[in-house]
Design a protein around this ligand. Structure first.
Ligand code: SAM
Ligand code: SF4
Length: 327
């Protein structure tokens, strides 16, 4: 029988984010330095068997029921569908976050392996701006990837767009229209201080309020109640779908956070913004039992803080960028 993975504030954790690689075929300006980062040596990455073991023990011991694969770019990890198949067998809500560039080739294989839902990151619908932001001229491949995900039957297909003031905030309405026309839920994400080149500042954050007002002026909205999910969702009054805003900065959802994270090299983190990590790979490779690993996980979660405090003076920026932690 499983026991809930509960922290000192009574929050129950059910959602495991697994980074399957720190590598990426893009170099998004807000996520990676122009020269890239030093990739982890292959042997430092958890193997698929090691990832499966951690995932399984978290399902068995703690009733984890949601797993999201991320990175780096998860689709650059060789044989990703093999891992998807292993995790889909755990009877969890399994999802993938990807930049979408290789979905034209992979979407059918991922669905055949058991993937049902997907989030695709896309921060500009304009080719030149897309290239500036990602340092790759791949907008068409990503748009094709979104079509391939829809054609493969992934449902829902969500499109994540990080909004940055003066960079792409003039595309809010374009993204809303894109989501309505394509039948995908666009999720606007507030820019967080996890960028590699330390360019984040509070005034670059395009807030939930601004986003909702801007969309609502073009397409009238019907308000809905906020759920446990970090994305607050608004439905269009004409019934043509919905969009979300992940307001990690201006309306942090730390009070209801149910996520824990495993990095590509097996470090366990109790928060995206955690400054400490705990080495599960060392435990796995030195013969620790499932119970011993579960005890470490349980202790780490007990120590989770109340919230990230981005807007307060005592905020400590994690030493790693989003691509290394796993978004
Ligand atoms: N490569 C995959 C992708 O881009 O979807 C998965 C990893 S990426 C780190 C996961 C998500 O984090 C993406 O949606 C990306 O836009 C988001 N992200 C990266 N850096 C961010 C930042 N500084 N603030 C907000 N979101 C960020
Ligand atoms: Fe790569 Fe995703 Fe980071 Fe862009 S946001 S550099 S696609 S990991």
């Amino acid at each position: 029988m499983s026991v809930p993975l509960i922290d000192g504030f009574g929050r129950v954790h059910r959602d495991l984010r697994i980074s399957v690689t720190d590598r990426c075929n893009f170099r998004c300006t807000y996520c990676m330095p122009a020269d890239g980062l030093d990739w982890l040596p292959r042997e430092d990455l958890l193997t698929f068997e090691e990832i499966e073991r951690i995932a399984r023990l978290m399902v068995d011991h703690f009733g984890i029921d949601s797993i999201r694969l991320t990175g780096g770019e998860p689709t650059v990890r060789a044989n990703l569908p093999v891992l998807v198949q292993k995790l889909a067998a755990l009877d969890v809500d399994l999802a993938l976050t990807t930049n979408g560039a290789t979905l034209g080739l992979l979407a059918d294989k991922l669905v055949a392996a058991g993937l049902r839902r997907i989030n695709i990151s896309l921060d500009s619908l304009r080719p030149e701006r897309f290239e500036e932001l990602t340092r790759r001229a791949d907008l068409d491949r990503v748009l094709d990837g979104i079509d391939a995900a829809l054609a493969a039957g992934l449902n829902p297909v969500k499109v994540n767009a990080v909004m940055m003031r003066g960079i792409n905030d003039d595309e809010i309405v374009d993204f809303a229209r894109f989501g309505r026309d394509k039948g995908v839920e666009v999720r606007f994400i507030e820019f967080m201080p996890l960028d590699a080149d330390l360019s984040w500042s509070n005034d670059k954050v395009v807030t939930l309020d601004e986003i909702v007002t801007t969309v609502g002026e073009e397409f009238p909205l019907a308000p809905v109640e906020r759920s446990n999910s970090p994305a607050a969702v608004w439905h269009y009054a004409d019934g043509k779908g919905s969009f979300g805003v992940i307001a990690s900065v201006t309306d942090a959802f730390c009070g209801s956070c149910d996520r824990v994270r495993l990095t590509a090299e097996g470090m366990f983190r109790n928060c995206l913004f955690a400054v400490d990590e705990h080495d599960l790979r060392e435990l796995l490779r030195s013969g620790a039992s499932d119970d011993e690993i579960a005890d470490v996980i349980s202790d780490v979660v007990k120590d989770k803080w109340a919230g990230h405090a981005i807007n307060q003076v005592h905020f400590i920026r994690p030493g790693r960028s989003m691509s290394q932690i796993g978004g």
